[in-house]
Ligand binder design. Structure first.
Ligand code: SF4
Ligand code: SF4
Length: 384
């Protein structure tokens, strides 16, 4: 696997066109990164119908810049994604997301298509270590190559959403909560993500880290944070190694990298990666706000055997802030356990007995109306 990671500084989206050209030239030299006639899916991040400045989704200026370059190579790019958990994968949903996230304008400016085909198919992947069959959206299956245009974001469940996690968006809408339900454990979820990333095998991953998301991401409780970087790699894993280092996410918290090491996938550590275009020492952001997260391990020391009884109280509890809730139902639709109801068309209500702490509701709430409560036991175990 190619272990190079390429970085250019990009202070603002106004200059992203020139900076993407510089980045791709750095990667390919005088070579080409697409062949004439190839159909290329630009797999963007469309988590929510959010405006570009909210930094929840891949910025449209970056998408348009990559599309223009591909067209100069004679390729045919198309923008595609299945939006976040709980949104049905329909033409209506896509149209709403494209317009709100700025993709309609990006497609028009670059003279390319937006995918409106909502078909998907079940594919077999016998090489998968955990998952051997996936449902995958059709444009990805029909493309000659996938360009993985991800966003640098924190993630309450997986700690970081980067290149590997972005590929989860090829799974059609309402199938995503099923994965959250079946793979409640972070290690198993990471194993699924790696199987899927290997199956999709993007030709290039480019990370939008111009304005990233910090804090309680990846949804609207996260906060935009100017980072001013574009990062690219052929290996999504290599890209995540570097992104993780930049935001100060400890390796032992990045389950994707741990799982990669467990299965002998490289690169999975900073020393395995060759960084081109910058010195990592100049890129680290010491005060980058990471999400408050569920405790790793029991934290009970010699009373470890007690942990299963208290596991739920040791994790962050999703709670609805009624004053912020507009009763839109996005959390209810995203919840894989159907643990959320809308009370009297006024606000959401979570049945904590049913909750498995997957945080899909927190991720999908457009109003930031679901907070993650730190109970007493959580605070004792985490000493925070
Ligand atoms: S909590 Fe958020 S997602 Fe759920 S109904 Fe209220 S506003 Fe909508
Ligand atoms: S209520 Fe619990 S199970 Fe349902 S989406 Fe939220 S965290 Fe997941």
């Amino acid at each position: 696997m190619d272990n190079s990671v390429f970085i250019v500084r990009c202070p603002d989206y106004d200059v992203v066109g020139d900076k993407i050209t510089e980045l791709i030239a750095m990667m390919t030299g005088k070579g080409s990164f697409a062949a004439s006639g190839e159909k290329i899916v630009l797999k963007v991040n469309l988590l929510q119908p959010a405006k570009p400045e909210q930094a929840l989704t891949t910025h449209p200026a970056l998408v348009a810049a990559v599309a223009r370059l591909l067209k100069t190579e004679g390729a045919t790019p198309i923008i595609a994604d299945s939006p976040g958990s709980g949104y049905p994968y329909t033409e209506r949903t896509l149209d709403k997301f494209y317009r709100t996230c700025g993709m309609s304008q990006a497609a028009e400016e670059a003279g390319i298509e937006l995918n409106l085909d909502t078909a998907y198919d079940t594919v077999s992947y016998p090489a998968g270590k955990l998952i051997k069959r996936f449902e995958v959206i059709t444009p990805v299956l029909e493309a000659d190559a996938v360009f993985n245009l991800c966003k640098l974001k924190t993630h309450t469940f997986m700690h970081m959403s980067g290149a590997v996690k972005n590929i989860f968006g090829v799974i059609p809408g309402l199938t995503k909560p099923v994965y959250h339900f079946k793979l409640r454990d972070k290690a198993r979820f990471a194993a699924m993500l790696l199987d899927l990333a290997e199956y999709v095998s993007p030709r290039i991953s480019i990370m939008d880290a111009v304005t990233a998301l910090e804090g309680e991401g990846p949804g609207s409780r996260g906060m935009p944070r100017h980072v001013g970087l574009l990062i690219a790699a052929r290996s999504p894993l290599a890209l995540d190694v570097v992104a993780s280092e930049i935001i100060g996410l400890k390796r032992e918290k990045n389950q994707v990298l741990i799982e990669a090491e467990n299965r002998g996938l490289y690169p999975n550590r900073l020393e395995d990666v060759e960084i081109v275009g910058a010195d990592i020492a100049d890129l680290r952001i010491p005060d980058y706000k990471l999400p408050a997260t569920a405790v790793e391990g029991s934290g009970f020391g010699r009373f470890d055997w007690l942990a299963p009884m208290f596991r739920k109280r040791m994790t962050l509890q999703p709670r609805v802030i009624k004053a912020n809730c507009i009763a839109c139902g996005a959390c209810r639709d995203a919840c894989p356990l159907k643990a959320i109801t809308i009370v009297d068309c006024k606000h959401a209500q979570i049945n904590d007995d049913m909750c498995i702490r997957c945080y899909c509701c927190h991720e999908m709430c457009p109003e930031g109306a679901i907070k993650l409560h730190r109970g007493l036991l959580y605070r004792i175990v985490n000493r925070s």
